[in-house]
Design a protein around this ligand. Structure first.
Ligand code: ARG
Length: 304
């Protein structure tokens, strides 16, 4: 399903695989989140050398998020990178997921970002959030330790459903928060313009961006998303807890390491980057956590 492994060449190969194998792979990827897929990819020899170092090599102008354009943390001060240098190396400030400040000391992210490549809750003693760092190769902005995390207890790792977690920071950040859509609010009509931001893969081949990027993707109907993800090896769309966005022809999407980051509708936090089959493939929209479905639970978890 998601991630670098299924993107690029893998994305197309995926459909040719047997259902059982696909299901296992999908589960593994789901369990793995970003990290596992990257490690798996590196292990398979698809990407030479350390995956996270790929972006630090000179490769011309930076690209980010598939089909998008550069963005900056001055305009979007509430987006943060989740970082663990011990796990992911320091080239890109240890970035592996993203998150959004919903209160000065609370970050909303994806639950799957809290799991390791073996599908176990990750123990990252150096987990931090990085705020105000458009370019992860610099030391701009601030790094704040994560004091504790709350993973939605109904998160389903195998299905990657109800995918949200709240991090509590060791110190508050006074840089501004992003308002969430209201509980039960229906902001997800088909073709509603939405924007996703992140430092993730720009091609689906492990080209992680150093610079924050954004891309506009229209919300897709539940019917379209159900057709794309009918269940089994292809992943299963659950309209109660998920929402999809993307172009029918593909070309614009979030991708690996964008996970946990925000999908904005009308300047509010309406989705969390969660999963997808490959990245930016035709008729395979990105799948996001439906924030309105969990807004009340999220507020409660964040003490708001
Ligand atoms: N699961 C991926 C991550 O861990 C995000 C995938 C989003 N994929 C997509 N095609 N929209 O970073």
């Amino acid at each position: 399903m998601t991630t670098a492994g299924s993107a690029g060449a893998g994305g197309n190969r995926e459909s040719a695989r047997g259902a059982a194998a696909g299901r296992v792979r999908r589960r593994r990827r789901a369990a793995a989140g970003v990290a596992g897929a990257l490690l798996a990819l590196a292990g398979a020899g698809a990407v030479p050398g350390p995956v996270w170092a790929a972006d630090s090599a000179p490769q011309g102008p930076p690209k980010v998020i598939v089909g998008g354009s550069p963005a900056d943390t001055e305009t979007h001060p509430w987006i943060v990178a989740l970082s663990s240098r011990k796990t992911y190396g320091s080239a890109r400030s240890g970035q592996f997921c993203a998150g959004t400040l919903i209160a000065p000391d609370k970050v909303l992210t994806a639950a799957h970002c809290m799991f390791d490549e073996n599908g176990r809750p990750a123990k990252r003693s150096d987990l931090k959030v990085v705020q105000g760092r458009t370019d992860l190769r610099t030391s701009a902005g601030r790094e704040v330790a994560v004091a504790s995390s709350y993973t939605n207890p109904t998160f389903d790792l195998a299905e990657v459903s109800r995918d949200w977690a709240v991090l509590t920071l060791a110190e508050p950040l006074s840089t501004g928060v992003l308002p969430m859509v209201g509980a039960g609010e229906d902001v997800y009509a088909e073709d509603t313009p939405a924007t996703v931001l992140g430092w993730g893969d720009t091609t689906g081949r492990g080209d992680y961006s150093s610079v924050l990027r954004q891309v506009d993707v229209p919300i897709t109907s539940d019917a379209t998303c159900r057709t794309a993800y009918p269940g089994g090896a292809m992943g299963s769309y659950d309209q109660a807890s998920m929402v999809c966005a993307g172009l029918r022809q593909g070309g614009k999407d979030a991708c690996s390491a964008d996970s946990g980051g925000p999908l904005l509708i009308d300047g509010r936090l309406a989705g969390i980057v969660s999963w997808g089959d490959g990245c930016a493939l035709p008729r395979k929209p990105g799948v996001y956590t439906r924030v309105s479905a969990f807004a009340a639970d999220i507020r409660k978890a964040a003490g708001m």
